[in-house]
Design a protein around this ligand. Structure first.
Ligand code: PHE
Length: 382
């Protein structure tokens, strides 16, 4: 009997503490702050992805807090480093939701990491906005998963068109990262479109994220005499591939997608990258005053030219803040509904409207790498 009463009080105590923590955090309108989660690769071979995104998000958070916050509360972001590993992405997102009780999540950049973590957000009913994951499967995870960028079927089409119409090449080789959903997906759509446009894929080789020696694949490619090589990978491997390709006497242009975008690309690849091209979300040379204002502010704060990820990070936070304001609530379900209704939100990366599939329809740019600079080549609208 004594033991039963004791157990009963323990249960009561537990129930009470759960209630208190609920009202203090998620959904608690009396909470003094709005807590948002962010996850990304702050370390590892794609560290600049996470760092640039965080810089952009920090700028947006400071801006909103300086203007008085949201719903009369300060916004606080809890950032987790997933080290660029999908399993770790899932772990940190679980932690953000269950321990930190965040009302929404920003991240990830890389599609494989977003794909690993999104089911956790979906099952817990916490909205997640990826600033930059372009693989189509990402938002198909469920109705709580959004992105504010274009998707790879479009990006692949842009580069296939660029190869045939602008570069006028017929024979192209592909070198894809088979451990990476983004790379495999983008390679597939490029091949499909390029072949449809009359081009020929003379070789299709693969590597795995983290590899450092690409000589076997490059030697095999060289034998097929390609006029260009499509390498839809991330900057660390792409930089090394560019160097090793030049050393093997391959002087044809390399082509790629947004995964090349990093201040470190040139550091790793150097002059071997000259004359290469990749598709991206924005060009920092765009005279549009919205972009130039962002570039000036970013440079003053972080001492470097922002990459597209910084701009997308900034825009993802803006979309979320705008949704929380319209929802006029900290309830994740209401925030979800408001995000889904995002229309014509003016972002640094263009006007953002989310479609039925929770994707943004936006133009892409093609950039040329030349002596450490990114030269704007063309814009392509969907
Ligand atoms: N689109 C890439 C992916 O889905 C990530 C990325 C976006 C990398 C923008 C660099 C710049 O994996």
């Amino acid at each position: 009997m004594v033991q039963k009463t004791w157990m009963f009080s323990l249960c009561l105590l537990f129930a009470a503490s759960v209630l208190v923590s609920c009202s203090r955090n998620r959904q608690g309108e009396e909470a003094s702050e709005i807590v948002i989660g962010e996850f990304g690769s702050l370390t590892g071979t794609t560290a600049t992805f996470g760092i640039s995104t965080k810089n952009g998000i920090d700028m947006a958070v400071d801006e909103v807090n300086q203007a008085g916050g949201l719903l009369g509360k300060k916004v606080r972001v809890i950032v987790e480093d997933d080290q660029g590993r999908p399993e770790e992405a899932q772990t940190v997102v679980t932690k953000l939701i269950t321990r930190d009780r965040v009302v929404a999540i920003l991240g990830e950049v890389a599609s494989s990491r977003t794909l690993a973590a999104a089911p956790v957000a979906q099952q817990n009913g916490i909205p997640m906005i990826s600033p930059s994951s372009t693989n189509p499967k990402v938002t198909q995870v469920g109705d709580y998963i959004f992105r504010i960028c274009f998707i790879d079927p479009f990006q692949g089409l842009v580069m296939a068109k660029f190869a045939t119409s602008t570069l006028k090449v017929q024979n192209v080789a592909v070198l894809r990262d088979i451990k990476n959903d983004y790379s495999v997906g983008l390679a597939n759509v490029f091949v499909e479109n390029f072949v449809q446009m009359g081009g020929k894929i003379v070789a299709d080789e693969s590597y795995s994220e983290g590899d450092t020696d690409f000589s076997a694949q490059l030697t095999a490619l060289r034998a097929t005499k390609p006029q260009a090589i499509f390498v839809p990978g991330y900057y660390t491997e792409v930089g090394l591939i560019a160097r090793q390709a030049k050393n093997l006497g391959l002087t044809v242009p390399l082509l790629g997608g947004d995964g090349w975008d990093s201040p470190k690309l040139w550091e790793i690849g150097g002059e071997a990258l000259n004359g290469s091209y990749y598709s991206n979300h924005s060009s920092m040379d765009d005279p549009n005053p919205v972009i130039q204002e962002f570039v000036t502010e970013y440079k003053a704060r972080f001492n470097e030219v922002p990459d597209a990820l910084a701009a997308l990070g900034f825009d993802s936070a803006k979309v979320l803040f705008d949704a929380i304001r319209r929802a006029n609530s900290m309830e994740p379900a209401k925030i979800r509904d408001a995000i889904a209704q995002t229309r014509d939100l003016p972002g640094v990366t263009g006007s953002i409207t989310l479609d039925q599939e929770r994707n943004a329809i936006k133009p892409a740019v093609v950039l040329r790498v030349q002596n450490g600079k990114l030269e704007y080549v063309e814009s392509v609208s969907p």
